[in-house]
Design a protein around this ligand. Structure first.
Ligand code: F0G
Length: 461
């Protein structure tokens, strides 16, 4: 059962090792961001003061996880760390069969290749960059079935990750269930701003998919954060633990892909899980081609051990309270300064609405890309674009123009302090005060896949 937690979210840990931060001058940062083509992904980390590029692989491991690294069983086949990981996933998430992968997209690749045929349709609660690309490379077409509220930065809906079942039903009627290999459901939807799906919605979706014979594949990268929001906001879940809620979420799905670099507190790792023997057998065959043997999937034994321990730590109620509490603290600070952010405040970061911040720029002038570059130059805080650059192009070459044009301030877990949050909000406000003077960007280099990682820009005017 859930333990009673206090209102304050003081961290349930203390520090015994620190990493010194690097301070830079404005002149150094202006030079660095220009050389990086105004893309924060192309900065060197030595040029960054507070790094909010991503919460992926950037969290701090606990002493227990580090101790786990020391008991790595580096046998090529049948490592005991694999069996510990398998047992942990079965116990806490409830899936039957598990294949480790080097990270989330390794699992997405294998699963998409197994389940998707050319011409298939994959409905989902908003796209994620790598997930959709693997679906497309396998011959499928992603279709967005998230509720409309998710595309509106200010809509206060408590579960903006919910599926619009009417939209889904239209897709099923149009294409037929046979062309839909699965519905792609993310918990705590990244691109919507870290927004949860409700248990009620998930149960309704399960009933609908059962009736129509369609699978649900769960992108469970941030499932514990989603469970925290269910505990806080959904009727009937106040007295359930995060661990109980997570297990219930997983029980309404048929399989999962996981980037353990987020919720599960490791620097590298992921897995694919399924309850279907046939899918497992196929995946076990394929993992050998793309990742490594099915008992290590591209990971060292020690990585699997750290993951098994991290999964358990991620389900602790005090941990999630402090984790999301810190994000909310930053969000409230930003709001006090009048900075436009996505609401409700999400689980893994603050998403600044770049269209509202820089209303004088058109989407073709890359407002979110521009703002991330400006914030870095001003303060050394590294954020990232989640807008038209991340959205990329359709198969026919046309740009996607997403409604949300956001800058993500992603908070690594157990890494920064409340005082860092104050500095981040103050720095952003400093840029906000001078926003009228900010000019947009033009793209001068565009890679073919996932362009946001490596695209280069120049300043307009
Ligand atoms: N699914 C979601 C929801 C993600 O956020 C990510 C990664 C992946 C899948 C892919 O996992 O990186 O381990 O291959 N998101 C990172 C981010 C990159 O910064 O949001 P991966």
């Amino acid at each position: 059962m859930k333990t009673q937690i206090k209102k304050s979210w003081a961290e349930p840990y203390r520090m015994k090792m620190v990493e010194l931060l690097k301070m830079t001058t404005r002149a150094q940062r202006q030079k660095a961001i220009k050389e990086a083509g105004y893309n924060t992904f192309l900065l060197k980390s030595a040029e960054v003061y507070i790094d909010l590029l991503t919460d992926s692989g950037t969290s701090a491991m606990s002493d227990r996880q580090w101790a786990g690294m020391m008991v790595g069983d580096e046998a090529y086949a049948g490592s005991s760390n694999f069996y510990h990981l398998e047992e942990t996933i079965r116990k806490y998430y409830g899936y039957k069969y598990i294949i480790p992968t080097h990270q989330g997209r390794g699992a997405e690749n294998i699963l998409s290749k197994i389940l998707i045929k050319k011409g298939d349709i994959v409905p989902g609660n908003m796209y994620f960059t790598t997930t959709r690309l693997h679906q497309e490379l396998a011959g499928g077409t992603f279709t967005d079935i998230i509720i409309d509220e998710a595309h509106d930065p200010l809509n206060p809906h408590p579960f903006k990750g919910n599926v619009d079942l009417t939209k889904l039903d239209k897709v099923v009627k149009k294409y037929g269930a046979k062309r839909i290999p699965y519905i792609s459901i993310a918990t705590n939807v990244n691109m919507a701003g870290g927004q949860p799906i409700s248990m009620k919605n998930l149960k309704e979706l399960r009933a609908y998919t059962k009736k129509n014979g369609i699978r649900i594949i769960h992108d469970m990268t941030r499932v514990a954060e989603n469970a925290y929001f269910i505990q806080q906001r959904e009727k009937g879940y106040q007295n359930k633990s995060i661990a109980q809620i997570v297990k219930e979420i997983c029980s309404y799905t048929d399989g999962a892909t996981m980037s353990a670099k987020k919720d599960a507190l490791v620097n590298i790792g992921g897995f694919l899980a399924t309850n279907e023997w046939d899918v497992y057998e196929e995946a076990r065959n394929m993992v050998v081609v793309y990742e490594g043997l099915h008992t290590y999937g591209g990971l060292a034994g020690r990585d699997m051990e750290a993951m098994a321990i991290g999964i358990v730590e991620s389900l602790d109620d005090f941990h999630q309270h402090a984790r999301v509490g810190q994000v909310e603290y930053l969000g409230h600070k930003m709001m006090e300064f009048g900075i436009p952010i996505v609401q409700p405040i999400g689980g893994h970061g603050i998403f600044v609405d770049a269209k509202a911040f820089l209303p004088h720029l058109t989407q073709d002038q890359f407002p979110a890309q521009t703002l991330a570059a400006e914030i870095y130059a001003d303060s050394g805080v590294r954020t990232m674009e989640r807008g038209v650059v991340s959205a990329g192009r359709k198969a026919n070459g046309e740009n996607y123009y997403p409604k949300l044009e956001l800058v993500r301030f992603t908070i690594p877990r157990r890494v920064y302090t409340q005082a860092h949050m104050d500095v981040i909000a103050e720095s952003t406000y400093n840029v906000f005060k001078q926003r009228d003077k900010i000019k947009g960007l033009k793209m001068v280099y565009e890679p073919k896949y996932l362009r946001f990682f490596q695209a280069r820009f120049e300043k307009l005017g």
